[in-house]
Each structure stands twice: as structure tokens, then as C-alpha cells.
Design a protein around this ligand. Sequence first.
Ligand code: GLP
Length: 249
Amino acid sequence: MAGNIKVVVCKSSDEVAQKAAGMFIEQVRNKPTSVLGFATGSTPEKTYAEIAKLSKAEKVSFAKTISFNLDEYWGLDGDHDQSYRFFMNDKLFKSIDIRPWNAHVLNGKAKFPEVECRAYEDQILSVGGVDLWVLGIGNNGHIAFNEPGSPVDSRTRLVSLTQSTIDANSDGRFFKDPAEVPRCALSTGIGTIRDARRLVLLATGAKKADAIAKAVDGAFTPDVPASLLQDHPDCTFILDADAASKLKK
Ligand code: GLP
């Protein structure tokens, strides 16, 4: 079943980035106080470069926006070059005028993870929820660090990573060796993500084709976390041709 997921297939990863960046620029132009959700991983990098470019060229200011990131490695502080805080500062926040105190990333060194996670949920609620959240997808269908089996109503919490995710994130793009990858992370839950008013999931490359096909055309099941977006009222998958190659025609 395809549920409500809208699928947009692009010719290239550049076009994916342009479309996704365009959604963010429009969102902020229409509502300068937007609450935005961001993701990490290599897929959204081009989108962030494009957002920075368009924000300058079209004079769209992020100064009144608030943002929340999906997740953070447990045990890494924000200065660690593999932390998601470091990634976001480097790939996006330093290139737009979002105020640092409004750009939220979970603290991987928090002494009490439950308190950190509860406070994160409260912060999202206190600003009225997320208007537009960008997601990537893992080869096993995970979103944020919600691995297969994560409940549809899960909230921000400390989670364990699967070996497949550890391997995918130590293939040379990020960590050099699987032994360096933290075994746990703080992650927003599927329920947290589903609460966003608008979702956009980006996927490029043939490695994502199976997960995308299962998420869009397969069963609504925690075995494929991204399939739990099928009944979201406003969710768009923006894909390149390779990532879309196993979708039902
Ligand atoms: C990590 C992140 C996810 C991301 C995934 C895929 O596991 N926690 O949010 O979607 O990687 O990343 P990439 O875009 O590098 O394939």
C-alpha cells in the first residue's frame, strides 16, 4: 500500500537537493518563525549547501526560526568531529543566520539521558511543534536512529544501534572503523517525527532502493520504520532515479 506518501522522482541528486531546499526556503519565506527539523547523514548535505545559497541569494532570513535535529550519538560531545552537532554547525548552521541558541541538537554527553530526552520533547511542544522536518533513511529502513522494531508511538529516548547501521556509518564517509562508532544514540521517536506537520524524506542511490520500496509499497510495520509514515497527512519522498528504481510503477 502506498498510503498517503507523495513520491517525487528526480533525475539527479542535485535536483533532489534543489527541490528539498526550495521547500525549506518557501516555508521560511511564508512563516519566518518556522520550527524546522533537520537530519544528518550524507544525503542532506547538498540540500544544506543549497539552503545556504538560496537563503543568501533570495534574502530569506533564518534569524527567527527554531530548529530541532533528529538524533545524536551517545557519548560524543558537540566538539567531536563525528558528532551530529559538529556536522550541523559545519554543514548548515554556520552558513545561515539561525541563532545558535535556537538550533537544538540532543546533548550526547547529557548526564541523565531520560531528562535530556524528556526536555527535548517538551521544547518541541513548547514552540508549537515542527512545521517541516527533513529525514534521510537507513539501508534497513530506519529513520533518525529508530531501528527496525521501533514502535510507532516511540518518543525521544536512548537507543541501541544495529550492526547494519554501525557498518553503514563506518564505511569511510564518517567513522573509519566500526569499532569507533558509538553503540547507542539519543533519538527522537517515530511518534515525535510523525507529529511534525510536514515531512520530507530524501533518498539517493541504489543502496536505498529496497528500503524505499518497502517503505512506500510494503506493509505498515515497525520492521520498516519509514513505512510508519504511510498514514502521515503530509509526507513527501524526494528520490533520485536509483533510489526509486524498485518502486511499483
Ligand atoms: C544515520 C542517521 C539517519 C540517516 C542515515 C542515513 O543513521 N541517524 O538520520 O538517515 O544515517 O544516512 P546517509 O544519508 O548517510 O545514507
